[in-house]
Structures are given as structure tokens and as C-alpha cells.
Design a protein around this ligand. Structure first.
Ligand SMILES: [Zn+2]
Length: 348
């Protein structure tokens, strides 16, 4: 029997985490939030990597070798590339943001002087009364999209005077909504999985249980640019369970109600032996799961492999519809993922 999952806690923690802006390179507030949450569990030894990721070690007496789990807290975002003559901002994207997915979205500019300035993303030809049907023909690219600031500025100088500089962080609104068990938000990738990991730790702690072996949890902060977990996992670890979103949509087997085991993605094929072990655990505990193959996707587990990590790597995660866009999942998928993590942590 697996310990109970506090679903309300899971969804509340996820909602709070989603509402903290954390584009790659600017993820510290979200890392600190997870750190504070995990600090209530005295079983964990918390440390930071030099790169800023959060490492939590749950040490237990066991002859079994230690294992690791990872999930990432950084998200897509942007930085200010240029302040234009009209006072608006040209952006440089972080990670795989595609412009149509953020057109008209609200943003915060985190100015280097500490100020937060509000704005929104628009195509240059935004007014229907000026451009009519031509508006739809404008390419949505770095040169044709801009940020209109909710501040009095019509010039480069006035925008500079607001405190905005080149390289300042720009974060897109997540727009979190929870309805009928569905969670709709940007950046469920991969905050949903951070919530799964934290909620699994809480379930064990609440039940007075411990993992069967020493576990290292790595909350990584550079996944969206490809090297999150390339450092931060100790060399005595034999298995790395990567927890990251499953791809839902046309042609995919994953859905928003099951948890998925990814067999292959663009970064290669995962570890057959660890996959078998995970499938056996799912069967044993009645965890609803799918297997799937992802096309434009690679994970922190593969980042660790590429960095020379000598471990078995597998990838599981909840189904996220419209990934890297306005995403959505369902509580059932989050619960199934958390249960699989628990089954793994309690396995021999
Ligand atoms: Zn991800």
C-alpha cells in the first residue's frame, strides 16, 4: 500500500509555484520557494549547487545504492534585447517560446534596478482599425513582436528612465486556473512535476515512512536551455528518475489522466532495465500509465548522460496538453505521477 497523497496540498503548492516567475537564468525565487517548503521536512538535508539548483538528500540506512530524482523549476521566458525608438521593447527568447503562443500575453519586466514594470506582448501591426486583414499576414517573429509598456514612454530615453536595461528578465503571465480537476496554466512544464516530487516527499513524511535507500532530489534551474541536471547528481547514484511532462496532442499516446513512461525522445532512448522496473511497480500498485515517444523533446536525464553520468535513466511525467503553449493537465495525472514516484521510492 502506498501512503496517501494530500491532493489539496499538491494543487495549492502547484498553484503557488506557478505564480512565481522563473524563466531560466532568473529562477531563484522559485528555487527559494521550493527550498522553504522542503525545509519543513527534517529528514532532508538541503544544499545548493554552485549553479543555483536545489539539492535535497534523504539519507537512510540501507545496503542498496543511492538513487536520484530530478525535476526542473525554470521555465520559458525572455530578456530585453533592445529598447526601440518608440520606447517599446524588442525581446530575445529563452527556451522554445514561439511567438503566437504569447501574443497579447501580459508580462512583467524585472528591471535591474529592482523595479517591476508591467506590459504586454503585441505584434507591431496590432490595431485592426489601422492594418485590417493585413495584421494576420505580419510574421510573428523577433522583429515583428514587441512589448508595449504600461508606463508613460514614447521614446528610448523615457523607457531607460523607467530603469529598464538590456538583458532585464521578461516573464509571461502564467494565468493559472483550476476547474473541475483540470489545471490550466503556462509552465506546468515542469512545475507540475516539482509539485509531484514535493507532494511525494510530504506523503512519506506524513505517513512516517522513509525511502528504502538514500535518495537525492535535484530541483534543477537550467533545463529549458539544455543543461539543467548535467551537474548536481553525485557519482555514487545508480539510477536517475527524471520527472518531466508527457506530451499530449495529435499522434501521442499520453493523455491528461494517466502518467506516461517515455521510451524515446529526440535525445535518444531511455534505460530498458529501469523502465521494466517502473512498469512492474505500476502494475503492482495499479497506477494508470501509458508509454510514449516524443518528437521535439529532450530531458534533464539525457543532459546528465551527455555530461558523463553513468546511471540508468528513465523519464516519467503527467500528460500536459498544448505544451510550451497555454498548457493544461488534470489532477488524475498528477496523482498517478506522484503515486509512481512513491512506489519507486519505496521499492527494493
Ligand atoms: Zn520540462
Amino acid at each position: 500500500m502506498l501512503p496517501n497523497i494530500d491532493t489539496n496540498y499538491l494543487i495549492q503548492f502547484l498553484t503557488d509555484l506557478l505564480n512565481i516567475h522563473s524563466p531560466t537564468g532568473f529562477a531563484e525565487p522559485a528555487v527559494a520557494f521550493v527550498e522553504k517548503e522542503l525545509s519543513q521536512f527534517k529528514q532532508l538535508q538541503l544544499t545548493r549547487t554552485r549553479k543555483g539548483a536545489l539539492a535535497a538528500k534523504w539519507e537512510v540506512e540501507s545496503d542498496l545504492p543511492p538513487v536520484a530524482l530530478t525535476a526542473h523549476v525554470d521555465t520559458l521566458g525572455a530578456v530585453v534585447k533592445q529598447i526601440k525608438r518608440n520606447g517599446r521593447l524588442k525581446l530575445s527568447r529563452i527556451g522554445g517560446v514561439e511567438w503566437p503562443t504569447v501574443e497579447t500575453e501580459g508580462v512583467w519586466i524585472f528591471a535591474s534596478n529592482g523595479q517591476k514594470i508591467r506590459g504586454s506582448v503585441l505584434v507591431k501591426t496590432a490595431s485592426g482599425h489601422i492594418f485590417g486583414a493585413d495584421m494576420t499576414k505580419t510574421p510573428r517573429d523577433d522583429d515583428h513582436m514587441e512589448v508595449r509598456l504600461d508606463a508613460r514612454t514614447l521614446s528610448k530615453e523615457e523607457t531607460r528612465a523607467l530603469g529598464i536595461n538590456i538583458g532585464d528578465c521578461v516573464a509571461f503571465d502564467p494565468r493559472v486556473e483550476v476547474t473541475n480537476g483540470f489545471v490550466r496554466s503556462r509552465f506546468l512544464d515542469d512545475k507540475a512535476c516539482v509539485a509531484n516530487v514535493v507532494s511525494a516527499i510530504k506523503s512519506l513524511a506524513d505517513a512516517g515512512q522513509s525511502p528504502t535507500r538514500t535518495v537525492y532530489f535535484l530541483i534543477s534551474n537550467y533545463e529549458e536551455v539544455g543543461h539543467g541536471a548535467s551537474a548536481g547528481i553525485p557519482s555514487d547514484v545508480t539510477e536517475l528518475l527524471t520527472v518531466d511532462m508527457a506530451v499530449v496532442g495529435s499522434g501521442q499516446e499520453s493523455d491528461e489522466f494517466n502518467v506516461t513512461l517515455c521510451i524515446k525522445d529526440a535525445g535518444g532512448v531511455y534505460h530498458e532495465g529501469l523502465n521494466k522496473k517502473l512498469r512492474a511497480l505500476a502494475e503492482k500498485h495499479g497506477i494508470p500509465y501509458k508509454t510514449d515517444v516524443y518528437r521535439y523533446y529532450s530531458s534533464d536525464g539525457e543532459a546528465f548522460w551527455r555530461a558523463g553520468g553513468d546511471v540508468a535513466v528513465a523519464l516519467i511525467g503527467p500528460g500536459i496538453d498544448a505544451s510550451h503553449n497555454y498548457e493544461r493537465t488534470h489532477t488524475d495525472s498528477l496523482v498517478a505521477t506522484t503515486n509512481w514516484i512513491l512506489a519507486y521510492l519505496l521499492s527494493e
